[in-house]
Design a protein around this ligand. Sequence first.
Ligand code: BT5
Length: 327
Amino acid sequence: MHEQLLQMFEARPDEFLSGEELSMTLNCSRTAIWKHIERLRQEGYEFEAVSRKGYRLVGKPARLDIPSLLSRLQTKSFGKTIRYFDEVDSTQIVARELVAKGAEEGTLVIAEQQTSGRGRLGRKWHSPKGKGIWMSILLKPRIPLQFTPQLTLLVAVALCRSLRQTTGLQIGIKWPNDLLIEGKKISGILLESSAEDENLQFVVAGIGIGVNLKQEDYPDDELRAKATSLAIAAGREWNREDILCQFLQELESLYTLYHEQGFGPIKLLWEALSVSLQRSIRLQTPKGVSEGFAVGLHDSGAITVRLPDGSLTNWYSGDIQFATPDA
Ligand code: BT5
């Protein structure tokens, strides 16, 4: 029914189709038609509705131009193989399936929409159609297992640098896996890895970037209060291929640098882009809340914190909040 309705609009572009005609052809009530149109709107289709005339399709969801991206991309392996989907449950799941079939390092899975996009600890990642970049990239790093958390920081640096370069926006990194603009989340990173006998086998780096979401594209006020997009922040839409191309190039060059020179150079870049250091922070863990002053980044990927009693400690995972708002 959903498909049939869309086909009717697509077969007669620029025409108004009345609710009566639609409901007769599809043999359903006008309320059912209205509900399907609302669902299509949520998927990114735009309709003009005029009383006594009906509905007209005026816009379709954006689609990535993969051939154009591939022709511009100047990387050796990152993004050279792209698996592009209209809709998936989660690009992380698809990427894991591809690893099992022998996919190579740098393989990119990207979808216009995710129906079960995920964050850490079972949280949801909202991924509406055509509005963002929802992707997973397969890495096979040649590093000891305990260094894996450094990769989240490396991806954050590559993302922050490339988004700053493409948009000119003041984007900062919040430890461990968020990118913020004026205190609101623009992007999240999720690393999932697999190891055998203490050896790291592969890492699937999942990255979500809110590119062209408008306020109404967020499902509720709670998320609207925390999240933002490049379009909301800049007051204009962005070309997703430009962002992807810049990011993949930046990621490959930092990843190469990391294998050649270790974490040192990445750490320096991370510290320069971070909004989490030299300020009072609170750490939320399943066990409770701790407070301290963030003094630096530890080589393990942990954040080093001075506690109220003056002692230093490392926090390895969790969610931090800022005790004072952003300057
Ligand atoms: C993350 O988790 O930030 C990691 C998100 C990774 C998403 C990518 S998309 C491609 C790949 N495939 C997947 O299935 N996932 C990865 P976490 O730190 O747990 O943050 C999750 C929280 O971010 C949620 O609880 C919301 O508060 C917020 N959030 C959800 N959707 C958002 C969005 N579109 N923009 C900004 N914030 C969002």
